[in-house]
Design a protein around this ligand. Structure first.
Ligand SMILES: [Zn+2]
Length: 267
């Protein structure tokens, strides 16, 4: 019953907010007891916990985090260090939905994993079973960590050949496979752009290339939701990862359309 009332309240609140053209993107919560006035449109908001959103012009005045951060597991067990597909018990522990707003990640906090590369094979592919994106430059070119994080795994692993898995503080994991040489070890902290390996063709590979995967809680998804493979920049989107019964659904939305989800999650 309480949940139902809450739901009705949130829907109502969304109705009010969607009339306001200035409502745009998330920054911080307002949990004060008094009724609050949204500064740009003057609509009285009910006294409650809510998250309100500021327009792009106001974003400069707000201290927004450089990138979304989640509480992740940093101490790895033997299984974590020896397998590519591993979940993190801390993710989705309290919330079923995780939002990763890529527009909040500044240029210095991400790196395309293989600068100058061309995509030679896309995720899924013709046989629908390709778990990553293949990127091609030249043998022994430098592979870089996509974001800050911790090296969960760095070793040879079946068809992956020499593979590195980095667990990031933004809730994602990235996988770098077929490497000729590793430049870092398991357990090391890396920054976005840190050289971690050299391009090779170890494992099941017919040419020197980087097989790059992106995973959330062990489940891979299309790296093109994260990176534009032509410009090598992050997509101007918000990733919405929702834990279902058997799998996680990952969708890519404009930050403004995630407002209802954020409002719901903030209560
Ligand atoms: Zn591949």
């Amino acid at each position: 019953m309480v949940k139902a009332l809450h739901y009705i309240y949130v829907i109502g609140l969304i109705g009010i907010l969607s009339d306001c053209s200035l409502v745009h993107t998330s920054t911080s919560g307002n949990a004060s007891g008094a009724s609050a006035v949204f500064p740009a449109c003057g609509i009285d908001l009910p006294s409650a916990h809510f998250t309100f959103y500021l327009p792009p012009v106001a974003l400069a005045e707000v201290e927004a985090p450089a990138s979304p951060l989640f509480d992740i597991t940093e101490n790895f067990c033997a299984f974590d260090m020896n397998h590519v597909c591993v979940s993190d018990p801390k993710l989705f522990k309290n919330d079923k939905t995780m939002l990763i707003d890529l527009t909040r990640i500044q240029k210095e906090n991400y790196s395309f994993p293989l600068p100058g590369a061309k995509m030679i094979s896309s995720y899924a592919g013709r046989r629908k079973n390709h778990s990553g994106t293949d990127l091609k430059t030249f043998a022994n070119d430098t592979i870089r960590a996509a974001f800050d994080g911790i090296v969960r795994m760095a070793k040879p692993y079946y068809a992956y050949g020499n593979v590195i898995v980095v667990r990031h503080f933004n809730g994602l994991e990235t996988v770098y496979s077929h490497n000729s040489r590793h430049l870092i070890k398991q357990g090391e902290y890396v920054k976005a752009g840190t050289p971690i390996a050299l391009v090779g063709r170890t494992g099941r590979a017919t040419t020197e290339h980087l097989h790059f995967e992106v995973r959330v809680n062990g489940q891979h998804f299309n790296p093109e939701l994260l990176f534009d493979m032509d410009t090598h920049e992050l997509q101007s989107k918000c990733l919405v990862c929702t834990q279902g019964k058997n799998r996680i659904t990952i969708s890519s939305m404009d930050p403004v359309s995630t407002l209802p989800i954020l409002l719901n999650a903030s209560n």
